[in-house]
Design a protein around this ligand. Structure first.
Ligand SMILES: Nc1nc2c(ncn2[C@@H]2O[C@H](COP(=O)(O)OP(=O)(O)OP(=O)(O)O)[C@@H](O)[C@H]2O)c(=O)[nH]1
Ligand SMILES: [Mg+2]
Length: 353
């Protein structure tokens, strides 16, 4: 899974990205633009507390620090367009720290949205032209081509209205037609307001105003305020110093963790766990995946030789203290291949190859 960090020039994309991968701004800038980031998960930490395993392995996603949306360099524009197509979701960073008032911040967000919407409109217009030409030259499959034009004409006014396509619903056939379009506003996105220290007292009001203003686009994405420079400093502190620093400044939870978690939540995935003395590990699956798919995510052998899955919710396991005790209490269930795995479950695959 790939998440693109988007925004206008100097909004703080690289600063935020550097905090995600626990590196300093100078280590990252212009040198690294992609990195795998652990998804913070308190449930996994609690399970590790119980098992005290040698290794605790978090689920992770890839983040990419993208080129600025407002770049004027033609080559960069092409590079950016290519990389955006490959992303599964976006976090859009607005450089609130450099803006005098809320109106300016809202303008910056609108500018980001407009760039994404324009990219899709551009695609839709070109595609309609192309299909029209195609029908004239080659009447074969005319019906299919006309159906596609109808779909494109359905989404065009939504984009013209400045709305994202992610809020529309499509039937299976439409989804299939759109599979290769890679439309940017169909991908989930959230907004990050990169605020300065001075603004931290006004952050709640700013968030409220931005959320309200996004309502007109029927866009109920996450909006989070974060001080990217501070996060980037905190990320590079030693653990002891970090604790002391956060306590002194009354910071309960690092803002970067909230951003990573929100980005992960957009992907519509669930997390399941495997536990043991060697390793406690978080795995991700698309929502509504089966126990067989969970087995396959761990190892193809487990899927091939799948017999049964022992399943228990993490809270129940923590309360029981061990899988065996869970079994005794009758709260550890045996499930088959087609069982739909739920978020937060421990899945122990029994297999034979
Ligand atoms: N005061 C202040 N400066 C910031 C903050 N975030 C970023 N900056 C500064 O703004 C400049 C740009 O930040 P970057 O993280 O490089 O922004 P960017 O979005 O990656 O910029 P481009 O890659 O050029 O588009 C840097 O000098 C940062 O130190 C912030 O929260 N407060
Ligand atoms: Mg940058």
């Amino acid at each position: 899974m790939n998440i693109g960090i988007l925004g206008l020039k100097s909004s703080g994309k690289t600063t935020l990205f550097s905090s995600f991968i626990d590196k300093t701004y100078d280590e990252v800038n212009w040198k690294i633009n992609m990195g795998s980031v652990n998804i913070p998960d308190e449930r996994l930490l609690m399970l590790s507390g119980l098992y005290k395993p040698q290794k605790t392995i978090h689920a992770n996603v890839n983040f990419e620090d993208c080129l600025p949306l407002d770049t004027a360099v033609k080559n960069d524009k092409i590079k950016l367009a290519d990389s955006l197509k490959n992303m599964d979701a976006f976090i859009c960073v607005a450089g609130a720290y450099r803006r005098y008032n809320t109106e300016e911040i809202l303008k910056e967000i609108e500018k980001i949205r407009t760039e994404l919407v324009f990219s899709d409109i551009d695609f839709v217009i070109k595609r309609i032209e192309r299909l029209d030409k195609d029908i004239k030259l080659q009447p074969k499959n005319k019906d299919l081509k006309e159906m596609e034009i109808n779909l494109l004409k359905k989404i065009e006014p939504v984009l013209e209205n400045g709305e994202f396509l992610s809020k529309l619903s499509f039937d299976d056939h439409e989804k299939k037609m759109m599979l290769n379009y890679n439309l940017l506003t169909l991908k989930p996105s959230c907004y990050i307001l990169n605020i300065s220290e001075k603004m931290s007292n006004d952050a709640a009001l700013l968030l409220k105003t931005v959320k309200e203003s996004l309502e007109k686009f029927k866009d109920n994405s996450y909006v989070i305020a974060v001080n990217a420079s501070l996060e980037s400093e905190i990320a590079c502190m030693s653990n002891d110093y970090k604790k002391q620093f956060m306590k002194e400044y009354g910071i309960e939870k690092s803002g970067k963790d909230s951003v990573i978690q929100a980005a992960f939540n957009m992907l519509d995935l669930i997390t399941f766990f495997t536990v043991g003395k060697d390793e406690c590990r978080a795995w991700t699956l698309k929502k509504n995946s089966t126990a067989l798919m969970a087995a396959g995510a761990i190892h193809s052998d487990l899927a091939r030789g799948f017999i049964r899955a022992e399943v228990i919710d993490y809270k129940d396991l923590l309360e029981a203290g061990s899988l065996n005790e869970g079994k005794k209490r009758g709260i550890l269930r045996l499930e088959g291949k087609t069982y739909i795995v739920k978020d937060g479950e421990i899945v122990h695959i029994m297999f034979n190859v």
